[in-house]
Structure formats: structure tokens, C-alpha cells
Write a protein that binds this ligand. Structure first.
Ligand code: SF4
Length: 1491
């Protein structure tokens, strides 16, 4: 037997003696190691080698990146007892690892595993970037190193291990080397077999090994004993040690290689010291004076000996250990066989063959051995005889012949897999397919990989393909032109060819003409050679839209990634680069290794179209940009934002991340079209409001921003920096003012009052305390918590804090930054507030969280604040005050005890204060002082220093149909940036009866694009609502609405709002009558102030400036609260009539004509959580009225409410409370008194549903109506659901009308039979005719809530569809797919989507937490009841799953869900609003435990 003996070269000179010196340990530095473990075969299992390497990667890395593979088994469990646990990033099988590897730089440790060897080729363009980082790529291979060796020259170090033990040791060496040199190390190891054993290093020794600065010099390390040190069979088995590599080495190396090798030696020495096994760059065994040397790379398994032959195994492949190799090949050798484990190698020279040749060049030519190149595959079944025969053959063969040892392996045994395309990317690829259809060509489509190989996804490959195609197309053009000279051509063919030449760049026409030319040529007998050429190039007739799609990883190194070549090519190519880095994690990336701004880079080229887009911000801008890029004749670069952390990231997260990025200017939306310059137009279009500094600098340089600012001065004010400056300036001013006031104050100690408040209650208390403090002669400062820093607080002496409680026991919005700073200071053990004397008053509701386990949320922010101030050294001068909404006097009960303590501490408790405190300013004051709804709105609109209006004006604009809001998604981020919230306005149109003409629809659509957020909402009051209209767009938007003969007056505010009517698609005549009635009532109850026209429509001031408006119905106080009217036509109650202040139920006479209405009064939805003085109520029947009497009845009911409503408490001001307070009879008598007659009794009527009648209906007049399903009323274009475009296209040809339903859907109404095909075609084209939804979805509705509604406590419109996805599965499982169950959701208890009459409802309490209601009447005839006080999604599913099953199994014939849950004892019925809270919390066994 051929004994295996390690030679003593290099680092192996040591003994198994004492531990080497590990002194001078250095503290951990910020570094990370990336261990990439790649498997050759998807079927590979977890062998000892893989497990050992994985363990080392685990113990040495901070972050592990791994792909779904056999290796996942390891990463899922990891070393169970390990104290070190890296963060593991899992990628789907075949996913591109470049982005996570490049991105995870700030992490301290990283690993990546995959079963696809193709990952390596995909990493190729990024290796230049990766190679300068402390990264280890562990690559497991079977019997072919071809793929792995491709990357050899792209990395500083390339190591190979052939056994499991070697793999374990080399993994450690690689980690140490990468860390010490901060360079990439590739470690390729054989996957091994299941029987191998590995002696693993103890975990506690790994970190010291990694962190130790150095070990002793080689002379301190004695060489370990080797088992067969005496050799055998006459061979000398212990070759003399090779001398250490040094500058004095006889072989001259370039300095870089020399340094790399020295570093390797040092790391190998350290590893030897750790594992007590030598680490060789190459090792030799066999004859000491051989004639033949076999240099092997791979798992050769030559466990035998052959006379006169020595085997040299290479472990360090790069940098190639030339000196050691030369020592391993003694001068006796006359022939060298370089044997490499390669199966798919297609190049002429094998990887280390040239290195060996080069190394031997240093020998005297006389003594240079002959070198052969040879390959091998799996040698496990080979015997020594086979090898001997092979070597004999090799000895005789010509050096030019490449030899192969063992059975031949098919070079194409396995086709590469197509790489994985993350599902979120479909957001863009679908749009491309949709826009360009068959014209699109993705030049680097993943589907090309199985046939073209890995390289098919690279930009260079794609560019080459495109260049080739374009050149061939030029040939086609030449051939066509040549053919046009042919006299024999038929006039038709000549015409087709000429037209194609003119239209060759037109995507559609070039395609059509090309087809016709081919047909014509094939059927003609043109013999000109150009005809044959044209036919052979027929596939190039169409002007394709050619795209290359890539990831942001390309941006790290523009040159190496090939992006530069594409940009500089001048070719008509479109490049779409997807940037997936979430805004919120951007700071975690290494600032020093920033991605290049490809947009700026491309713009600087001058002749490249550039666009920056974000599908979750502006779909319209995405479409526009992609179309422009396609049209641009030259390179186009489109940067597309798609922020997601992993494939499971919900779309809502992408939406929020996008918003943050766009709003902050991190991801500006813009288009740069150099072709416009030639037309004298501005090439740059800014499509979002903020730009980054570097983009701004570019624009400044190019003088474009100044031009832009000149043409649109408003842009200047919107730049993030300047906006921030103005706010900072204002703060500075306020600080100065406070300081001056302090100086002029009296001797008493100054007092700082800080508050955090969402709803205004804590702010009100703080302001009142401030007034009282001043009255006692104190100098005070009043501010929000977030406006002070901890440093500033440390300078204060007396500070009192008042804070309310938000959401799940969180601080209010304007205190969150302060809380974060406070927590950080506590965590750091700071004691910086030792001079502070403080007291805290906390406000909350002890019943808000009824479950015992949630009790700690009560007043949590105040309690936390109090405790943390103490931990920072603050002196509590008065005990924490607790205000509880449940106390007799609400929070005042606790406050009255707390406030005197403060006066006492400050020594002003004996001062008598006689001044009457001014009444707080209420809405009533604002209304009366407003000069009939004017206030200072006009002045506020002119003030561009802020995006907001004055607080009192925001109350008044509601009467004009306008709500000031701010984007809740980015509120915190803006606060952190020191800029004011992203104010935007909601505009609601007044649309009596919910009917509009097609022309009006087109105007609404256009307004959304020009002034809003490119979409609009159909509301639960059958009207249009725009969101995100910024202040300077308000007036133009209102004027556009007015030009469409619509207005927004009284769409909100304390007046009668939009009057709604049943949509009744099949009853055209009746609909016309009730619609007319609704319009009359609406007009009759409109405010008469001319302020609306004056402010928004620039109509003249009344009487030349002196306000002399008169409100005959409202007076100057208007109504105490909002007032809503609905008209229903039985049997449909689609307007939820009983939820309105006034309801008119249409009653027909015996001829089917409208006879009049039953009137109801006192319905209303809004409540306040935990305030049982507030409740929903259904309208009470008053009696019957004729159509002519209806208007007066509505008016008189409104007047009784005007005069009797509670103006002191807005929470108790709606008509429903007035009626319950007065008593229905007294109220009715008051109305009758004003009318001068008594109500006749109500007439019989029947309702059977409150959901819409979807689909086609034909009216009595023969006209057709289609009710579309618009989920939650949002009209927008989305991938695959371009409903906005669809309705716009329909509006262009429709001759009837649109009816908006109060369930937020739309009826395309009054379609003549002859127009049906066109409308049906458009509905089908855009899939708006699809009604194949579950009954649950069709019956669901949600209010807007986040991000625009300022009152939202939880998601609603964005979340309900996701919840329905889950619940409809439960329905389907129980055979209830088509059963209608009315389910509604709102983001707060105001109840805009009328949740209190739904069979199942969810009302937001805090993010992710809802009140759950059950038992509403299917046709809106019964209120539901609280079933659970607080549920999250898992709880909702857990509750509803058995309940729905129970319903499916035991419902009675025709029994609705709301009735069922009452009959079967889940919940008690609600019989009146005043009894709403009785028996809440479920019945019997279904009762909530905590109640
Ligand atoms: S119910 Fe509440 S959260 Fe929803 S839109 Fe109305 S006010 Fe906003």
C-alpha cells in the first residue's frame, strides 16, 4: 500500500505540543464574514463535510445568507447549544444572492447556502465588489470543479478541501484569513460521503482564534507527529520542509502575490495551532525522487503508491503557491501530469495547468519537465492499476493531447436551472407585458438560462444579443430598401414596403405591415436576392421593445456589472433596474460602500433617458415613464423602487416603505428626457415633491432646477431641505421668544410644561395649566414633548409633563421621539437629569383594555415617563397623577388632586387667582367668529411657508368639503427629520343621489391625476373623494370640480351633507323621481353663505367687502353636528337608511307610482370607544309624508335639532341623542309644530337586503345597467386591474350616467341596447365585468382609515381585503362561497362604513387590534353588539372559523348570519341604541371571560 505522508512544507512545521501563543488579543472590530455554501446538486444531502463547514460558518459569521437547500436543515436548527447565533437570511432556491451579500455589510456575521451552483456565475459581476470585503464563500461540490473554478481569478483567495476533516479546518483558516486581510476567500470543498468523520473544534475556542492578533512564529511551533513518519516501500516519505515564503525566496513573486501568500501562511499557522493539524498550500506523497509528478486538484482518492511517481495535491489554488510547488516537484521529475477534476471545462487550458507551466519556467530549460494536462471525474471506483495504465499512457502521449482519467462524463449532464424571480418583481414585469404585449423582449430573461447558460442573465450577454439583433435589423432595412428599387414589384408590395420603412419604429404598425409583407412576398414570384434576405430576417420586422432587467446589485460596480456598457452603447435599449432596499433599513448598509446613483450616472451621459419610478407611489408615473423609455431612441434607464425584505413581505409594507422613501426625497420620482431639449422643452420632470441633495446638485449644475423653479416657483418651497429650514427657523423663533419671556418674568421659579397629546385632551389640560401658572406669576414655557431634547431638559429646573395614552399603551405621536431618546439614555445608564425637578400627570382609560393581561397599558406612557425620569436622576417633586376617563369627572377627578401639589412645590399655592379663565375655544366659537365660514382660509391658502392651514380654518374648510389631513404612514419619519407632517387635503364632492354624467366622470378622473394622488374613492355617501391634494392644488381642484357643474359645499361640516338614494338599477323611472327629490332636498338645505364662491371661485366679496351673508336655516352657529339624509326604495336598503339622521322610505301607490315616503329620524353611527354615553342608534319611524311635503319635513327636523342639539358636548350633539333626551314623542311634536300638521301613520314596507345588486339589469325603459364591484370604492389602476382607465374609457363613449352606490360601488347606468357591445367589450378588456367573488367579499366594505384619515386608530381599507382573503377560505371550506354575509370594518369608532349595522364588524382600536361586533340585521334593520373588546387577526380567525362552520351546518332555511348568531346564543340582540352596551361580550359559553 502506498502510505500517505504529509510533507513538512510551510505551516505544517509544528508539534502537537503546547498551545501556541495567543497573546495580544485585539478587541472585536466591525467586520463580517460571508460564508456562502453552494451545493452542486439539488438532491445533495447533509454530509459530515457540509455539516462541519456549516458549523464553522455559523460560529464565525455574523450573518448567514442561505438558499433553500439541503443545507437549510442545518440553518434551521443550528448548533443547539451555541452561544453564538448569526442572523440567518433565507433565500428561495435559485435566488440571486448578490443583493443580500452586498447589502448586509453593517451586520457583523453572514452565511449563504443554496443547492444551485449557478449562484456562483450570478455572483461573478459582483466579485470585484465583494473581493475587497472580509467574506468567505464556502462552496460544496461533487465531482466537477468547472463551475467553481470560473470565479478563481476574480477573488484574492481560492482554497480547496477534498476531505471532510480538511473542509472543517480550511473553513476555519478561511474565516481567519478573511478577517485578518479583509478580503474575500473562496473555499471549495468536496461534499464527501456520509461515512466520513470530522474532529470538530470546541465552540469556545473559535472566537478567540478569530480575534487573536497573531500566533507565534513558525519556529515556536513544533511539528505534529505523523502516523507514518518512516515511510514505506523504500520511498522517502518525509520531504524536507519548504522554506518559509519570504522576499528572499529564490522565486521572485510580484509583491501583491507575495503579500497574499504571507498572509495565508500566517492564517494557516494560526489554524495549525488551533486544530493541531497542518494546513498545506500543497502536499506531496509518494516517491522522494520521482520521475513523474502528478499534480492534482480535486478529490483524487489516490490512496495507493506507484513506483517513481509522486502525487502533489494542491489546496491553495489562488494565489498559486509557486515556490511550494517547485519544491514539491524535484529536479528528478521529467514529466508532470496536471490532473484536474473537471467535467464541463470547455476552454483550451485547464485552470492550474498554466500555473504549473509558469512555475516550471523558472527551471533551467534543460531540466524542465514535460507538462501534460489531464482531467478526471469520479475516481472512487478506480484502482491503482487503472491509474498506472493511465500514467503509462500519459508518459507516451503528446503534451498537446488532453488526457482523461476514468469514465468520461457528459459535459452537459445537467442543464442549469432558470433563476428564481422574486414574486414582488411581477409588479413591474406585468406592467411591461401589459404595455408592450408581444412586442416586449426581455433580453436577459431567466427563461434563457436553461438553454443559454448562466451568462444569459448578465447585462453584457443581453447587450450583445440586442446589438446583434439591431445589426441584423439594419440589414433587413437595407434589404427592404434594395427591394424597393426592384422594378418588377407589384404596386401593393411596393406600397407595403414603403409604408414599413416609414413605420419601422412604430411598435404596432411595423408588426402589422411586416406580417403583410411576408404574406405578399411568399405569394409573389419576386426573384430578387433581397427578397430572400427579407424573408430570412422576417422576425425582425416588428419594432420590439427591448429590455434588460437587473437588480440594484448592478449599481455597486457599474463597470464590472456591464451596466456602463449598456448606458454608453448608444443602442436603443431599455434597462430596468429594481432597487429593493427598504427605506427603513437603508442606514444599515455600509455608507462607505454605497451604490452608485445609476440615475445620475446615466443623466450625466447626456443622451440617455432616465426615469425614477415607484409602482407603490404613482402607478400613472410608472406607465408614463415606461412608455417614454420605450419611445426614446437610445438607451433608457428606468430605476424602479420595490422595497421588500423577503418574499413574504406584505404589499402594505412595500407601500409604506415606498411612501417613506418618496416623501423623504430618498427615492424621488422624476423623468429625464434629453430628446425634449431639442424641442426647446425642459427635459426634467419632477413627479414627486422632494429631491435628494445630489440630484438637486446635478440639476443646479445643469441649470435645470433653476429653470424649473422659475416656471413653477412652488417647487422651491417644497424641497425637503428648505421645508426643514423653515420649520427649524420657526422653532428657533419660538425658543427665543420663550427665552425673552423668561427674562422678563418675575422672581418665581420658571416652569416648563411639556405635553404629548393625540386627541387634544392632554394639550388642553397643559394649556389650561399654563394659563393658571401665569396667573400665579410664574414664567412658563409650554411645548410638546418632542420639541425638547434631553440635553435641553437637563438645563431646566422645574418641569411638569402631561401625557395621554395612545394605541396599545404607546406615547402620543408628538412625544414618541422624546420617549425614544429617554429609553436610549436609560439603557446607557445615563444620569444627566440630576438637576431636574419634575412631576407627571398621565391620562388614560382604565377600561379601554378590559383583559387582565392588558391592564398595564392603562396610563402606560405617563407611568413609564415618571419612572424613567427618576432613573435618569430626576427628582420627583409631586407624585404621578393619574387621570382616568372612567372616573366620575373623567380625568379631571385625578387632575384636581394633582394640580394643587404643583402649586405647593412652586410655593405659589397661597396665591389667590381671581381672573376668570377664558373658556376653551370650541367649534361653536370658531363657527360664529368665522363670518359665515370664511375665517382666514383665503390668507392661509396664500401662505406657502407651511403645507397646513390655521387650526381654526381646518374646522371651517370642512363646511367647504375639505379636510386637512397628513400622511400617517410617514408622520414619524418626518418628525424625525424635523419637518412638518406631510399635509394633504381630502376633498369631498357634493353629489346628491350619487349620480354623475360621463363628462363629469372624466373631469373627476382628470382632477385625481392633476391635483390628487392619481386615484379617487367612491364613498359610503355615494360621492367622490380625493386624497393627498396639497395646499397649492386646493383651489385649482375646486375650480375644476366647479367647471364640471359640481361643488363640494356642505359635503362635510355641521350642516346637511350629501343626500343619498338607492341605486336601484332596474327601476329607472322611480330612480329618476327619488334622485330629483334628493337633489331638491340637498339644494334646499344648502348653506347660503357666499364664502365658498368667494374663496374658491374668486367671486367678488359680498357688498364690496362688508360681509352681509345671511343663513336663513342655519344661522351663524350652523348645526351642533353633522346631519345626514338618505332615501331608500324598498326592497333594497342599500343606503342603510336607519343609520341616517333622516330617512325617507319610498312608498309606491297601487299603480306603482311614487306616493310619498315613510320618514325616520335619529339614526347615527359614531361612538367613542369606552364612552357609554355614546352609542349607535337606528332611526325611528315618524310617519308618512307626500313627495311635496318631504323637503319641508327634512327642514323642520333639522331645525328642531339645530335648536335642541347639545352644543356643549360634540360627542353628544347628534340628533340621535337629542331625540333620546327629548323623548321621541316630544321631538315629533316639535317637528309637527313647525310643520303645522301631524304625521299620518307610516305605511307598510319591506326591506330584504342592504348589499348591492351586482351585474347586469334591464330597466322598464329597456336601458341596461351594470353594477361593478369596486373593492372598498378605490378607483385606481393596478397591475392587472386598470379599473380607473377602464371607467375613463367607458366614460368617453357612454351616453347614460354613472350611479355611485352607498356601498362604494358603481353602476354604469342607462346603456342603450345598441351601445351594449362596446361597453361590454371595455368591461371585459379591463376585467371589470368580473363578479366571480365570494359572497363575503361582495358584501364587505371598509372606510379609508390609514394613511389619510387623521382619526384612524387601525388599518381598514388596506387591510380588510387581506382579512377577507383568509375568511373566504373558511367560507369556501364550509360551502358558503356564494352566501352573502355583511362584513364591515372601520379604522375608528366614528363608523364611516356603518359598521354597527353589519352582521360582522371590526372597529379599530389600535394598530392590528379591533373591537369585534356581531348580530347586525342583514338589511340594516338591527344594530349589532360588541362581542369582543379587542381582537387581533389570529383571534378573529379562531373565533370565526368554528362559528362559520356552525352556521353552515345549522342555519335555518334562508337564515342570515346576523340572525343565526343571535338564535344560537352567541350574542344578544340589540333592541335600541340606548341599550347598545347591555349584555355585550357574548352570551353563555361564548361570553368573553374578562367582561
Ligand atoms: S371611520 Fe374613522 S378611521 Fe374610518 S374614515 Fe371614518 S373617521 Fe376615519
Amino acid at each position: 500500500m502506498f502510505s500517505t505522508v504529509n510533507d513538512s512544507e510551510g505551516a505544517g512545521t509544528g508539534s502537537g505540543g503546547s498551545d501556541p501563543e495567543m497573546s495580544n488579543a485585539i478587541p472585536p472590530i466591525s467586520f463580517f464574514i460571508v460564508a456562502v455554501v453552494v451545493f452542486q446538486s439539488p438532491t445533495m444531502s447533509l454530509t459530515p463535510a457540509i455539516a462541519a463547514v456549516a458549523r464553522v460558518a455559523h460560529l464565525t459569521s455574523d450573518v448567514v445568507v442561505e438558499s433553500e437547500s439541503a443545507f437549510s436543515e442545518y440553518w434551521k436548527s443550528g448548533p443547539s447549544s451555541s452561544a453564538h447565533s448569526p442572523s440567518v437570511i433565507s433565500l428561495p432556491r435559485g435566488a440571486d444572492a448578490a443583493s443580500p451579500l452586498l447589502r448586509e455589510q453593517a451586520a457583523s456575521l453572514l452565511s449563504y447556502t443554496t443547492t444551485s451552483s449557478q449562484a456562483l456565475t450570478r455572483l461573478l459581476p459582483h466579485l470585484a465588489e465583494l473581493s475587497a470585503r472580509p467574506v468567505v464563500l464556502h462552496i460544496a461540490v461533487e465531482n466537477d470543479l468547472s463551475d467553481a473554478l470560473i470565479i478563481r481569478s476574480a477573488v484574492p483567495y481560492f482554497l480547496y478541501s477534498s476531505t471532510a476533516q480538511q473542509a472543517h479546518d480550511t473553513a476555519l483558516l478561511a474565516s481567519r484569513l478573511a478577517r485578518s486581510q479583509r478580503k474575500a476567500v473562496v473555499h471549495v470543498f468536496h461534499v464527501g460521503d456520509a461515512n466520513e468523520t470530522v474532529e470538530e473544534i470546541a465552540e469556545d475556542r473559535v472566537q478567540p482564534f478569530l480575534l487573536a492578533e497573531k500566533v507565534g512564529t513558525p519556529k515556536n511551533i513544533s511539528r505534529p507527529a505523523t502516523p507514518d513518519s518512516n515511510g514505506a516501500n523504500g520511498h522517502a516519505v518525509l520531504t524536507p520542509p519548504l522554506s518559509p515564503l519570504s522576499p528572499s525566496s529564490s522565486i521572485s513573486l510580484d509583491p501583491v502575490t507575495d503579500e497574499l501568500l504571507k498572509a495565508y501562511e500566517a492564517a494557516a499557522l494560526s489554524t495549525l495551532a488551533l486544530v493541531r493539524r497542518p494546513q498545506h498550500p500543497c502536499s506531496r506523497k509518494g516517491s522522494a525522487s520521482p520521475q513523474m509528478a502528478v499534480v492534482t486538484l480535486g478529490r483524487a482518492n489516490f490512496d495507493f503508491e506507484i513506483d517513481d511517481v509522486s502525487f502533489v495535491n494542491v489546496s491553495l489554488v489562488s494565489p498559486f503557491p509557486t515556490p511550494r510547488l517547485l519544491k514539491a516537484i524535484p529536479s528528478s521529475v521529467t514529466r508532470v501530469i496536471v490532473l484536474e477534476q473537471l467535467s464541463k471545462w470547455s476552454m483550451k487550458w485547464t485552470p492550474i495547468f498554466l500555473d504549473v507551466i509558469t512555475a516550471l519556467q523558472s527551471r533551467d530549460p534543460e531540466n524542465r519537465p514535460i507538462v501534460h494536462s489531464a482531467t478526471f471525474g469520479d475516481t472512487s471506483a478506480l484502482h491503482s492499476e487503472d491509474v498506472s495504465i493511465f500514467l503509462q499512457k500519459a508518459a507516451l502521449a503528446s503534451p498537446a493531447t488532453r488526457l482523461h482519467l476514468g469514465p468520461a462524463i457528459s459535459p452537459h449532464a445537467s442543464a442549469p436551472e432558470a433563476p428564481h424571480v422574486p414574486k414582488h418583481e411581477a409588479s413591474y414585469t406585468k406592467i411591461l407585458s401589459h404595455l408592450f404585449g408581444e412586442r416586449i423582449e426581455i433580453a436577459n430573461a431567466p427563461s434563457l438560462v436553461p438553454t443559454q447558460g448562466e451568462v444569459a442573465t448578465s447585462p453584457e450577454f443581453a447587450l450583445g444579443r440586442i446589438r446583434g439583433d439591431l445589426e441584423l435589423r439594419e440589414e433587413l432595412i437595407d434589404a427592404v430598401q434594395e427591394l424597393l428599387q426592384e422594378a418588377e414589384l407589384s404596386p401593393e408590395l411596393h406600397s407595403l414596403l414603403s409604408r414599413w420603412i416609414l413605420a419601422k419604429d412604430d411598435g404596432v404598425k411595423s408588426w402589422e405591415l411586416g406580417d403583410q409583407i411576408v404574406l405578399s412576398l411568399e405569394s409573389s414570384s419576386v426573384s430578387h436576392p433581397a427578397a430572400a434576405r427579407v424573408l430570412s430576417l422576417r422576425w425582425l420586422f416588428s419594432a420590439l421593445s427591448r429590455w434588460i432587467i437587473g437588480s440594484d446589485a448592478w449599481s455597486y460596480d457599474l463597470g464590472a456589472s456591464g451596466l456602463h456598457h449598456a448606458i454608453a452603447s448608444g443602442l436603443n435599449v431599455n434597462i430596468l433596474i429594481l432597487d429593493t432596499l427598504p427605506y427603513s433599513t437603508r442606514n444599515a448598509t455600509d455608507e462607505n460602500r454605497r451604490k452608485r446613483d445609476v440615475g445620475l450616472y446615466a443623466m450625466n451621459h447626456g443622451d440617455v433617458y432616465v426615469a425614477s419610478i415607484a409602482v407603490y407611489s404613482s402607478y400613472a408615473q410608472v406607465l408614463q415613464s415606461l412608455i417614454e423609455a420605450d419611445k426614446f431612441n437610445g438607451p433608457s434607464v428606468v430605476l424602479a423602487y420595490l422595497p421588500y425584505k423577503n418574499e413574504d413581505s406584505p404589499a402594505l409594507d412595500l407601500l409604506k416603505e415606498t411612501k417613506l422613501a418618496v416623501d423623504s426625497g430618498y427615492w424621488p420620482l422624476y423623468r429625464w428626457d434629453p430628446s425634449k431639449e431639442a424641442e426647446g422643452k425642459e427635459p426634467f420632470s419632477l413627479d414627486s415633491d422632494a429631491v435628494k441633495n445630489d440630484l438637486q446638485a446635478f440639476l443646479d449644475r445643469q441649470n435645470h432646477l433653476s429653470q424649473l423653479t422659475r416656471s413653477k416657483p412652488q417647487f422651491a418651497a417644497d424641497l425637503v431641505s428648505s421645508l426643514g429650514e423653515s420649520v427649524k427657523e420657526a422653532r428657533k423663533k419660538r425658543a427665543l421668544q420663550a427665552y425673552e419671556e423668561l427674562l422678563t418674568g418675575i422672581d418665581a421659579p420658571p416652569l416648563t410644561i411639556l405635553f404629548a397629546s393625540d386627541g387634544g385632551a392632554a394639550e388642553k389640560k397643559a394649556k389650561r395649566l399654563n394659563g393658571r401658572a401665569k396667573a400665579r406669576g410664574l414664567t412658563t414655557t409650554l411645548a410638546t414633548l418632542d420639541s425638547v431634547s434631553l440635553d435641553a431638559l437637563a438645563q431646566e429646573e422645574y418641569v411638569v409633563f402631561i401625557t395621554s395614552t395612545a394605541g396599545q399603551g404607546e406615547p402620543p405621536q408628538n412625544g414618541r421621539t422624546f420617549f425614544k431618546a429617554l429609553n436610549a439614555a436609560v439603557a446607557a445608564g445615563n444620569q444627566g437629569l440630576i438637576n431636574l425637578k419634575y412631576s407627571v400627570f398621565a391620562m388614560g382609560d382604565s377600561h379601554y383594555w378590559p383583559r387582565p393581561e392588558d391592564a398595564h397599558y392603562y396610563n402606560k406612557p405617563g407611568k413609564d415617563l415618571d419612572a424613567r425620569l427618576a432613573r435618569l436622576g430626576g427628582q420627583r417633586v409631586a407624585d404621578l397623577g393619574l387621570g382616568d376617563d372612567q372616573d366620575a369627572d373623567g380625568s379631571e377627578t385625578g387632575y384636581k388632586v394633582w394640580e394643587p401639589l404643583i402649586w405647593k412645590v412652586l410655593g405659589v399655592d397661597t396665591i389667590q387667582v381671581h381672573e376668570v379663565e377664558p373658556d376653551p375655544i370650541t367649534n361653536e366659537h370658531i363657527k360664529v367668529a368665522s363670518q359665515y365660514l370664511r375665517g382666514t382660509i383665503s390668507e392661509g391658502l396664500e401662505d406657502f411657508s407651511t403645507g397646513a392651514l390655521a387650526p381654526s380654518d381646518t374646522q371651517l374648510t370642512k363646511f367647504h368639503g375639505i379636510y386637512q389631513q397628513d400622511d400617517r404612514d410617514i408622520r414619524d419619519e418626518r418628525q424625525a427629520q424635523g419637518v412638518e407632517p406631510a399635509f394633504g387635503f381630502m376633498i369631498r364632492v357634493r353629489l346628491p343621489g350619487g349620480v354623475c354624467t360621463p363628462q363629469q366622470w372624466l373631469t373627476i378622473d382628470q382632477i385625481a391625476d392633476e391635483h390628487g394622488s392619481s386615484n379617487f374613492k367612491l364613498t359610503t355617501r355615494s360621492t367622490f373623494q380625493f386624497h393627498g391634494v396639497i395646499k397649492r392644488h386646493l383651489k385649482p381642484a375646486i375650480q375644476s370640480i366647479n367647471r364640471a357643474l359640481l361643488d363640494t359645499l356642505a359635503a362635510c361640516g355641521d350642516v346637511n351633507r350629501n343626500v343619498i338614494v338607492s341605486a336601484i338599477p332596474s327601476m329607472s323611472k322611480l330612480h329618476a323621481q327619488v334622485h330629483e327629490f334628493a337633489k331638491n332636498v340637498s339644494e334646499h338645505l344648502l348653506p347660503r353663505t357666499s364664502a365658498y364662491h368667494e374663496i374658491w371661485l374668486d367671486k367678488k366679496m359680498v357688498a364690496g367687502g362688508a360681509v352681509q351673508d345671511f343663513e336663513p336655516l342655519y344661522g351663524e352657529f350652523y348645526l351642533p353636528r353633522k346631519f345626514k339624509i338618505a332615501v331608500a326604495v324598498p326592497p333594497t336598503n342599500d343606503v342603510d337608511l336607519f343609520a341616517n339622521d333622516v330617512g325617507f322610505i319610498a312608498i309606491l301607490d297601487e299603480h306603482g307610482e311614487l306616493a310619498g315616503f315613510n320618514v325616520t329620524a335619529g339614526g347615527g353611527m359614531g361612538v367613542t370607544h369606552s364612552n357609554k354615553k355614546t352609542y349607535p342608534r337606528l332611526g325611528s319611524l315618524l310617519g308618512f309624508v307626500t313627495v311635496d311635503q318631504g323637503k319641508a319635513v327634512a327642514e323642520k327636523i333639522m331645525l328642531v335639532q339645530r335648536d335642541n342639539g347639545n352644543r356643549a358636548d360634540r360627542k353628544n350633539a347628534r340628533l340621535k341623542y337629542t331625540i333620546d333626551r327629548m323623548g321621541l314623542d316630544v321631538f315629533k311634536a316639535e317637528v309637527e309644530k313647525l310643520l303645522g300638521w301631524e304625521f299620518p301613520p307610516a305605511r307598510p314596507f319591506t326591506f330584504d337586503r342592504n348589499v348591492d345588486d351586482f351585474g347586469w339589469h334591464t330597466g322598464e325603459d329597456g336601458k341596461h345597467h351594470f353594477t361593478c364591484f369596486i373593492e372598498n370604492g378605490r378607483i385606481q389602476d393596478e397591475p392587472d386591474r386598470n379599473f380607473k382607465t377602464c371607467l375613463k374609457e367607458i366614460a368617453k363613449i357612454h351616453k347614460g350616467e354613472f350611479r355611485l352606490t352607498a356601498n362604494q360601488h358603481i353602476v354604469i347606468s342607462g346603456i342603450a341596447t345598441e351601445d351594449l357591445p362596446d361597453i361590454k367589450h371595455l368591461l371585459a378588456k379591463y376585467k371589470l365585468d368580473n363578479l366571480n367573488f365570494s359572497g363575503l367579499r361582495l358584501s364587505s366594505s371598509a372606510c379609508v382609515a390609514f394613511p389619510t384619515c387623521g382619526l384612524a386608530m387601525a388599518e381598514s381599507e388596506r387591510y380588510l381585503p387581506l382579512l377577507v382573503d383568509k375568511l373566504e377560505k373558511i367560507c369556501e371550506e364550509n360551502g358558503l362561497r356564494n352566501d352573502s354575509i355583511v362584513m364591515r370594518m372601520t379604522g375608528c369608532p366614528n363608523g364611516c362604513a356603518r359598521p354597527y349595522v353589519a352582521e360582522i364588524a371590526f372597529v379599530g382600536k389600535a394598530p392590528g387590534s379591533y373591537l369585534m361586533l356581531l348580530g347586525g340585521g342583514y338589511h340594516g334593520q338591527r344594530l349589532n353588539k360588541i362581542y369582543r373588546e379587542s381582537v387581533t387577526e389570529p383571534e378573529i380567525l379562531a373565533i370565526l372559523k368554528p362559528m362559520i362552520k356552525h352556521y353552515a351546518l345549522e342555519r335555518l332555511e334562508g337564515e342570515h348570519f346576523g340572525d343565526f348568531v343571535i338564535r344560537t346564543g352567541y350574542i344578544a340582540p340589540t333592541t335600541s341604541g340606548a341599550e347598545y352596551y347591555d349584555r355585550m361580550g357574548g352570551e353563555g359559553q361564548h361570553r368573553e371571560i374578562a367582561i
